[in-house]
Design a protein around this ligand. Structure first.
Ligand code: PMP
Ligand code: GLU
Length: 398
């Protein structure tokens, strides 16, 4: 049977594909160390699981309002007020089945064929396909390792055309861990306000910022920006809830209504039990975030130091999230058993086969010189994983 034309323009999610591959190898008895998928290796906090159990016991197991229950919408509004100094009412927020689903709904609600979506690279793997599935054209803007992979105001200005509809910003960033300062966002906001463009601010790693750094998003950066911004967030990363599938968004109410219409004709409401759990996550004690952050920080420091200790590898120190994005391009010139490594996919393949270490090649994030490490894994495995990588690199021939 022939598939839709749409589907021929996209690839499966590389991060999820690497995860599946690592799990498959483990099932076959191969001892794989995974720096692959980006999900916290902690359990969902006890009080959140208890809220879900209570919801089930109380029979909260039916369809809910399509865009989320009022209790959760109110919790989301409170969170934006408290953490981000942004005021929204219920009509300006909605809940979807994860942050990824928020993006999908948004793209379907505002993009038309021929519209352009500016995506700074390195980007999270799902941004371009989600734009393409809505018929729009991703416009990838490269950033520099030396500038900590951040989009400059002049690069943004240079990428805008009469077809530009949306900019995607992600801070802290997956895959680089870079964090934009308020001043940097103000400079981007100046450009945005000259043009009739929307921005989606993907704040999913908001709570994971190191060294006491301050989180800011572009909706806060200039008075006129809030009505042009969709603020995306969710419980997956902050509360170790990747499997629960709850994400949320705030933005102009007419678009939220459009996104809710799409959701009503696709998934209906997000899982009722997970919505109650998300209320507990947002309104309950927040101390487990600090515990996770301390563990991530220790791993970050160790991993960055180890990576910079490998010959001809450079690795910026990420300010947030749980990824490092070192430059491994020196090794693309090398060969193994007569075959040149050639690119990030070749190196990731070599390291999976020869070192039994799963990593995501930079090409999946639009930056082929790099390899992504997710350090949401134990210190012992990080140490063993880097030892294995160093060992395998030593077997390459230049
Ligand atoms: N944005 C970024 C940058 C991400 O890395 C992820 C990864 N899961 C998401 C959004 C979506 O997360 P989820 O769908 O689990 O809420
Ligand atoms: N966002 C995580 C990652 O980049 C989870 C997988 C995915 O949804 O892409 O690894």
């Amino acid at each position: 049977m022939s598939l839709s034309e749409r589907i021929s323009h996209i690839k499966p999610s590389a991060t999820l594909a690497i995860n599946a591959k690592a799990q498959e190898l483990r099932k076959q008895g191969v001892d794989v160390i995974s720096f692959g998928v980006g999900e916290p290796d902690f359990d969902t906090p006890r009080h959140i699981r208890d809220a879900a159990i209570q919801a089930m016991e109380e029979g909260f197991t039916r369809y809910t309002a399509v865009g989320g229950i009022d209790e959760l919408k109110d919790a989301v509004c409170d969170k934006f007020r408290k953490d981000n100094n942004l005021d929204y009412d219920r009509s300006e927020v909605m809940v979807s089945c994860g942050g990824k689903h928020v993006l999908y709904n948004l793209a379907q609600a505002i993009l038309n064929p021929g519209d352009e979506v500016i995506i700074p690279a390195p980007y999270w793997v799902s941004y371009p396909p989600i734009a393409i599935l809505a018929g729009a054209d991703p416009v990838v803007v490269q950033t520099d390792e030396a500038n900590d992979f951040k989009l400059s105001a002049s690069a943004l200005e240079g990428a805008i055309t009469s077809r530009t509809k949306l900019l995607v910003l992600n801070s802290p960033s997956n895959p680089t861990g870079s964090v934009y300062t308020l001043e940097e966002l103000e400079r981007l906001a100046d450009v945005m306000l000259k043009h009739d463009i929307y921005v989606v601010s993907d704040d999913i790693y908001e709570k994971l910022i190191f060294d006491g750094g301050m989180f800011a998003n572009i909706a806060q950066a200039a008075p006129g920006m809030k009505k042009k911004t969709f603020v995306l967030n969710g419980v997956s990363k902050s509360y170790a809830m990747t499997g629960w599938r709850i994400g949320y968004v705030a933005g102009p109410s007419e678009v939220i209504a459009g996104m809710t219409k799409i959701q009503s004709q696709s998934t209906s409401n997000p899982n009722s039990i997970a919505q109650k759990a998300a209320v507990a996550a947002l309104c309950g004690p927040q101390d487990e975030i600090a515990t996770m952050l301390t563990a991530f920080d220790e791993r970050r420091k160790y991993l960055v130091e180890r990576l910079n200790g490998i010959n001809n590898v450079s690795c910026n120190t990420p300010g947030g999230a749980f990824y490092t994005f070192p430059n491994f391009s020196h090794y693309f010139k090398a060969s193994f058993e007569g075959k040149q490594i050639a690119n990030s996919a070749g190196l990731a393949e070599f390291l999976l086969t020869e070192a039994k270490v799963a990593l995501v090649p930079g090409i999946a994030f639009g930056a082929d010189s790099f390899i992504r490490f997710s350090y949401a894994t134990s210190m012992a495995l990080i140490k063993e994983g880097v030892d294995r990588i160093e060992n395998a690199l030593g077997r390459l021939v230049f």
